[in-house]
Design a protein around this ligand. Structure first.
Ligand code: GDP
Length: 426
């Protein structure tokens, strides 16, 4: 599997961290290419349980070079505390490389994010308030500072002065105070000392690795339906979360990807606001949430839970060009007597087959369910597809058919070993 991108098929939290951690074991390089510390990936392995926000999930595999590429945004404060946490648990972080073109999330981005979200009131979009949106906005407005600027702080200070003044004024109007300019520059100096040696042109490293036929895993953040273009806008993140985002996000040349792996959860969840046609507001939704401990890694917020949405899943396969799927958390459904799958939507009895781009339409969509028998047997100890209960196999096959993508990995528990490899990725 020379190059593979792993993306979330629905609204994030599908279990990408575990899947990337598994693939990383035979990878030469693992690359994060979008988002920032708003992502939260959980990895459980023989070194412990880790919640990663910026560092690629390949950091636990000694042979893998880990890259935070140009499409990401980096809050150096978060990065350093993540590195401290990893190093305190004995994880070697010396193989980490950071793009000189990734943008810096600075204190004013975080303050503005919080203030803007509060100002939205009941129309809040559910941001993690980590400053990610304002950082990407500054990147587009060409007001941003990049990691490479940490290597030339004198030039950076000159450029930052004007931006600082306008941010300080904006924050003042909101009754918020920004740290003084000199203190901010001192912080940047301290970051440069620790992070500076890791900063490089990562696109060169990545393309060289591909030229050398190395195995490179690209780790997507969030999920397809949170993509700024194709997600449920405006209830989306501010970056490109879909597989094609890896081209600008990592400086990858077109046609360089061999495999596009979508991670699907056996049911559907969403954090924050925005439409979710299969959300269950009854005791079944609560049951899924409790059984699955569905609370966000980054925010701790309870996730909204519902049955598998195959309409959204099909859209996701199409947009990403997925040629393989990983189905996670099948074990969460072990005890249900029957399981529903949303096979279509309808509005006033009229079928809606495609995932609507309009939120008004999507909000009016009612799920059309198909009910399948449950298996009512534990699955976490199973390692071969043929050993799964017949109803579980039928459920997996039905999902494959509905979304149009073969499930090549099935996860039946959070640990590395709790995985069924149905077919090799190549
Ligand atoms: P990510 O953002 O897509 O990496 O997903 P998260 O890390 O936010 O959420 C996935 C959660 O599910 C983590 O707590 C994982 O340990 C856990 N997990 C992953 N796969 C499975 C699985 O097959 N079964 C169960 N029960 N938990 C899983």
């Amino acid at each position: 599997m020379p190059s593979i991108v792993v993306v979330g098929a629905h609204w994030g939290d599908e279990g990408k961290g575990k899947i990337v951690d598994m693939l990383a074991q035979s990878a030469d390089m693992v690359v994060r290419y979008s988002g920032g510390d708003n992502a939260g990936h959980t990895v459980i392995n023989d070194q412990g349980k880790f919640g990663l926000h910026l560092v690629p999930s390949g950091i636990f595999c000694k042979q893998a070079v880990c890259v935070i590429a140009n499409g990401t945004v980096i809050n150096p404060e978060s990065l350093l505390s993540e590195l401290d946490m990893l190093q305190s648990k004995g994880v070697d972080c010396s193989r980490l490389c950071i793009s000189d073109k990734a943008h810096l999330t600075l204190p004013y981005h975080v303050l503005l994010d919080g203030a803007e979200e509060t100002a939205r009131g009941s129309a809040a979009i559910g941001t993690t308030k980590r400053g990610i949106g304002p950082t990407y906005a500054d990147k587009a407005a060409r007001n941003g500072l990049r990691m490479g600027d940490l290597l030339d702080l004198e030039a950076a200070a000159g450029r930052l002065k004007a931006t600082y003044a306008s941010k300080e004024a904006a924050l003042k109007r909101l009754g918020l105070e920004l740290i003084p300019f000199d203190a901010l520059m001192a912080k940047l100096g301290a970051y440069a000392k620790r992070i500076g040696p890791l900063i490089t042109a990562t696109e060169t490293l990545i393309n060289q690795a591909l030229d050398d036929a190395k195995t490179v895993v690209f780790e997507g953040a969030q999920g397809t339906l949170l993509d700024v273009e194709f997600g449920t806008y405006p209830y989306v993140t501010s970056s490109t979360t879909i597989a094609p985002g890896v081209y600008p996000g990592a400086g990858l040349r077109p046609r360089a990807l061999d495999h596009i792996l979508g991670v699907f959860k056996a049911y559907t969840t969403r954090v924050g606001t925005g439409p979710m046609p299969t959300e269950l507001l009854d005791e079944t939704g609560e049951l899924i949430r409790t059984r699955a401990h569905e609370f966000g890694v980054t925010t701790g917020r309870p996730r909204r839970c519902g049955w598998f949405d195959a309409v959204a899943g099909r859209y996701s396969v199409q947009i990403n060009g997925m040629n393989a799927g990983a189905l996670t958390r099948l074990d969460v459904l072990d005890d249900f007597p029957s399981i529903k799958v949303c096979v279509a939507y309808e509005i006033n009895g009229k079928p809606v087959r495609d995932f609507p781009g309009s939120l008004t339409t999507l909000n009016r969509c009612k799920p059309v369910y198909e009910e399948l028998p449950g298996w009512r047997k534990p699955t976490p100890h199973l390692r071969r597809f043929e050993d799964l209960p017949a109803q579980a196999k039928a459920y997996v096959h039905r999902l494959e058919h509905l979304v149009g993508c073969p499930m090549k990995m099935i996860s039946v528990g959070p640990r590395r070993e709790e995985t069924i490899t149905v077919a090799a990725l190549v």
